[in-house]
Design a protein around this ligand. Structure first.
Ligand code: ARG
Ligand code: ZN
Length: 896
């Protein structure tokens, strides 16, 4: 065949995947590592002295020692036990360095490398940000510093010496304790750091720079005094307090809830502007994207504050779930990330409103993870293979992983879960372990059989759960028939049923919760929520002594990450919206209701039929808004309940999706609601407008509600409302209100205040890069006609910087994720823009480019014309010479 030669050639040069099934333990242990950094403007020299110990029995053939490396690292020397190795004793490739026949007994290996951090635009390994040196080593950045067994199951004690110019880099930090420091000739100085806890290289960190610092302290429950320091650029010193408050709360919470204490005398956080992801849990030296540290009420929104609180906690919690117990290999990433996300979610729930937090987390799972699980990149929370590990820091591994951890808690109870955690640490402190080890600890601590739970780790795809119900008035029984199935995903067709907890309540006609007795089980008195253990393809559960026909509240608190369908009627849903004691399901009932309406209207709009609003839904929404008048109303919940499913969420449910039609249908519903509820919205907006900014929970909730009303009202295209929004924009005393008002003004071309507000905001805040991210994101995500032209102009604007990940995520990510009608513009201009810019970004930073190219992965969802255009972009990208492995993996999998 003519094409087979060409295909074979392609395959030969394509990057090769790594498989979980190929895992083998390392042949060599690294007991101790001494690193020596000479930081320079042109060249940085790294000495790396490792105490190597074979893990296999002496005798037999010598086994080669492979050290991962990178083409950007220059090898300047290899010594074994103090003697330089002859070039014939090792093999150097693009992927690393192999010492062909190392000594059979423990030996000292010294590697010297030269690197150029100032040229490192990938921001992995050692790089420069705003003139300062910093590192990002997870997952595989350490190999861009020196040659090393760069894998998480190689854990060593690190000593790090840093030498640098004292004037330029007065602050020199690494992991552990500072054991020495001093001045050197030539205006240089040095520090030496010792980390007593063995760790994998991905947790190594170094920072050198000119930074200011705020300091506080925390005394652990067993009396250890810990110095807490947050380093930021001098001019940002007034913006680090909230991060410090969040850190102290996290330390206390982990002691109270899990009995986990901090284990060193020092804990540092450093904020940097150029960072690929959110933050990194390096032992005692967390490095953060500055957007997750810096906040004042004038510069950061309430949402930014919550994000800071959650991520500071997340990284701190990693000290136990990630650092003390780490992953055996990267396939186990969810072992630490799913667990730590679960922990930070619980922390935030305890610090704020639990129900609203849960609603937000589930909304995010649905918006981002469900689509991933239904697309070409679908993977289990424990993936089976990868080309570039960085591509697997996904909503699946993180957020679905957290849902899986949450299910243990739901199945075993809070106490049972804690017992499992205790056993996990008792067994595995200081080790690199697997997801199976975690499951075993949970099972063993509770004497539970969790075999049927295992497929959550190995199967991709969102399970579908169908529930039908029947009430038998004569027998007073209520029967629920549950059926589950998991859809086929790439490479996985044969799916097993999986154990899932279904939390159920039954509501009586007066809206109260019934006491529940499950057939075959002794009913615990007063129990009003039952957790059904559903593990077969199909199963029936019977409630007995049910006095009247109940309305069931199914999957309370979203007790399993599934797509639920039930036989509940519109009337049932309206009843649940008003009465369910489970706040999540009260919200969910409204979502189910509006989703059904929207999908119906999408179908009608697609056929060109007239759109008619369902009055029952207008009334239900009116009831929701009016709840705000009640004393003690949960305003954050009301604001949540007022939000309709997004265009993105809807497009996942329509085949083929036509973004224009979906937009038209949703726009119609929002506008109708705004018109019908105008008086209520205006009243609620004014009633929740306060004189002065406060940051307590109630004030924040009122602010959210007020701004939700404003957002809805702006759909009216009413000059009076626009003028009101403009007035609010100009007089806002905090960023939450200012950006909300700006957003209300910036969505429509015909709004006369639009440009003036956008320009005024720019003039006010152009000196602050984090606020410029907001400014870019807002414009990128606006549903203006032909917005792609705006976005292209912004690429050349001084506020944009293609080398800065935050800027790319705001502008490019904001465009792709924010405006289906513009990204999916019928003429393909949105696709072309993304294709062009992905190739530009890829030359600088493959990881960032790969995240952006993800906009194309769901191409098969759309109509034929759009499919063709998106596919053409993917094909053009995959054919590009010198493509990063990151982008190659996403694009080639999308095309499979
Ligand atoms: N472990 C970090 C966190 O979740 C994420 C680091 C990911 N970095 C990367 N280059 N993929 O807290
Ligand atoms: Zn994490």
């Amino acid at each position: 065949m003519a094409s087979s030669a060409a295909t074979a050639e392609k395959v030969a040069e394509a990057p090769k995947p790594i498989y979980l099934k190929d895992y083998t333990a390392p042949d060599y242990r690294f007991a101790k590592v001494v690193l020596d950094f000479e930081l320079g403007e042109e060249v940085t020299v790294v000495g790396n002295t490792i105490s190597v110990e074979p893990t296999f029995a002496a005798g037999g053939d010598p086994r080669p020692l492979f050290l991962n490396g990178d083409p950007t690292v220059e090898l300047a020397g290899v010594e074994v036990n103090g003697t330089a190795l002859d070039a014939s004793a090792y093999v150097l490739t693009k992927k690393g360095l192999t010492i062909t026949a190392p000594p059979a007994a423990p030996f000292e290996l010294k590697i010297t490398t030269k690197i150029k951090p100032q040229e490192n635009t990938e921001l992995e390994g050692l790089y420069k940000s705003s003139g300062n040196f910093c590192t990002q080593c997870e997952a595989e950045g350490f190999r861009r510093i020196t040659f090393y067994q760069d894998r998480p199951d190689v854990m060593s004690e690190f000593t790090t010496r840093i030498t640098a110019d004292k004037a330029k880099y007065p602050v020199l930090l690494s992991n552990g304790n500072l054991v020495d420091s001093g001045d050197l000739d030539g205006g240089k100085h040095f520090t030496v750091w010792e980390d007593p806890f063995p760790k994998p290289a991905y947790l190594f960190a170094l920072v050198a720079g000119d930074l200011g610092m705020i300091e506080d302290k925390f005394t652990t429950k067993s009396g250890r005094e810990v110095a807490l320091r947050i380093y930021v650029e001098e001019h940002n010193l007034d913006k680090a307090d909230w991060a410090m408050v969040s850190l102290i709360k996290s330390m206390k919470w982990d002691e109270d809830v899990f009995g986990l204490e901090y284990d060193l005398d020092l804990f540092n956080i450093v904020a940097v502007d150029d960072f690929n992801m959110g933050a990194m849990e390096n032992k005692s030296l967390n490095i953060f994207n500055s957007r997750l540290v810096l906040a004042t009420p004038q510069t950061a929104t309430d949402m930014d504050y919550s994000a800071i609180e959650g991520v500071v906690a997340h990284e701190y919690f990693h000290n136990w779930t990630g650092n003390r117990v780490t992953c055996r290999d990267w396939f186990q990433l969810s072992l630490k990330e799913g667990l730590t996300v679960y922990r930070d979610q619980e922390f935030s729930a305890d610090m704020n409103s639990r129900g609203v937090k849960r609603i937000g987390d589930v909304a995010r799972l649905r918006m981002a993870q469900f689509p991933q699980d239904a697309g070409p990149m679908a993977h289990p929370i424990r993936p089976e293979s990868y080309i570039k590990m960085d591509n697997f820091y996904t909503v699946t591994v993180y957020e679905k992983g957290a849902e899986v951890v949450r299910m243990y808690e739901t199945l075993l109870g809070k106490d049972g879960f804690r017992k499992g955690m205790d056993l996990y640490f008792e067994r595995h402190d200081g080790q690199a372990v697997t997801c199976d080890d975690f499951l075993a600890a949970m099972a063993d601590a509770n004497g539970a059989d969790l075999t049927a739970f295992k497929p959550w780790y190995s199967q991709a795809g969102t399970p579908k759960l169908d529930v039908t119900t029947e009430y038998d008035a004569a027998a007073k029984t209520f029967t629920m028939t549950c059926t589950q199935s998991t859809p086929t995903t790439p490479g996985q067709s044969d799916k097993k049923p999986v154990l899932m907890p279904i939390a159920v309540g039954l509501l009586a006609s007066d809206g109260s919760d019934m006491e529940l007795t499950l057939e075959g089980e002794a009913g615990a008195a007063g129990e009003t929520t039952k957790v059904l253990r559903f593990s077969e393809a199909s199963q029936t559960f019977v409630f007995t002594d049910v006095a009247e026909k109940p309305v069931p509240s199914i999957l309370r608190n979203f007790s399993a990450p599934v797509r639920l369908s039930t036989d509940l009627t519109q009337e049932d849903l309206i009843f649940l919206m008003a009465n369910d004691s489970d706040q999540f399901n009260r919200w969910e009932a409204g979502q189910t209701l509006t989703r059904a309406l929207l999908l119906d209207l999408v179908e009608k709009a697609g056929k060109g039929e007239e759109l008619v609003m369902d009055q029952a839904i207008v009334d239900a929404m009116r009831n929701i808004v009016n709840l705000a008048k009640e004393k003690g109303a949960d305003k954050a919940f009301i604001a949540r309940a007022m939000a309709l499913p997004s265009e993105g969420e809807l497009s996942e449910m329509v085949v083929p999706a036509d973004p224009d039609v979906i937009h038209a249908a949703r726009d119609f519903v929002v506008k109708t609601l705004a018109k019908e509820l105008k008086e209520e919205l205006l009243w609620t907006m004014r009633d929740n407008t306060s004189e002065k900014y406060e940051r307590d929970g109630e004030s924040r909730a009122a602010r959210t509600l007020k701004n939700t009303c404003l957002a809805l009202l702006s759909y009216l295209e009413d000059p009076e409302i626009d003028a009101e929004a403009f007035r609010r924009f100009k007089t806002a005393d905090n960023m939450t209100d200012q950006i909300s008002a700006l957003s209300a003004l910036s969505g429509r071309a015909d709004c006369v205040e639009r440009e003036e507000a956008i320009d005024a905001f720019y003039e006010q805040w152009k000196h602050d890069p984090l606020i410029m991210n907001k400014w870019l994101g807002l414009q990128a995500g606006a549903s203006l006609p032909n917005n792609v032209e705006n976005v292209k102009r912004l690429v050349d604007h001084p506020a944009f910087d293609i080398k800065n990940p935050n800027k790319v995520y705001s502008l490019v990510g904001g465009f792709v994720g924010g405006t289906p009608i513009n990204f999916h513009a019928a003429d393909g201009s949105g696709y072309e823009f993304l294709g062009d810019i992905v190739l530009k970004i890829d030359k600088l930073n493959g990881g960032v480019a790969a995240r952006m190219v993800g906009g194309f992965t769901r191409w098969r969802k759309y109509d034929e014309k759009r499919q063709e255009m998106m596919k053409a972009q993917l094909e053009r990208i995959v054919k590009t010479e010198g493509l990063s492995e990151n982008v190659f993996e996403i694009v080639s999998k999308s095309l499979e």
